[in-house]
Design a protein around this ligand. Structure first.
Ligand SMILES: [Zn+2]
Length: 74
């Protein structure tokens, strides 16, 4: 889990909260898009999330873990 530079804002589209966590873009996009969050089309390898979206991300990744395994053949 990476540290976030002060002044970085959340990567979720339309959210300008201060980012507190950086997460793997691959995982975060899946989880958060399932939860209804949108991102800009062009994405770096990492996403920066505010507290609210980080919680959402954690919740989603927990729920989706089993499903992801068969859905994506991981
Ligand atoms: Zn946010």
């Amino acid at each position: 889990m990476g540290k976030v530079k002060t002044g970085t804002v959340c990567s979720v589209k339309g959210c300008d909260e201060k980012a507190t966590r950086s997460v793997s873009a691959e995982k975060a996009r899946e989880g958060l898009q399932a939860a209804g969050a949108a991102f800009e089309d062009e994405q770096p390898r990492r996403l920066y999330l505010c507290q609210k979206h980080y919680k959402l991300y954690k919740k989603q990744t927990k729920q989706d873990k089993k499903v992801d395994k068969w859905r994506y053949g991981a």
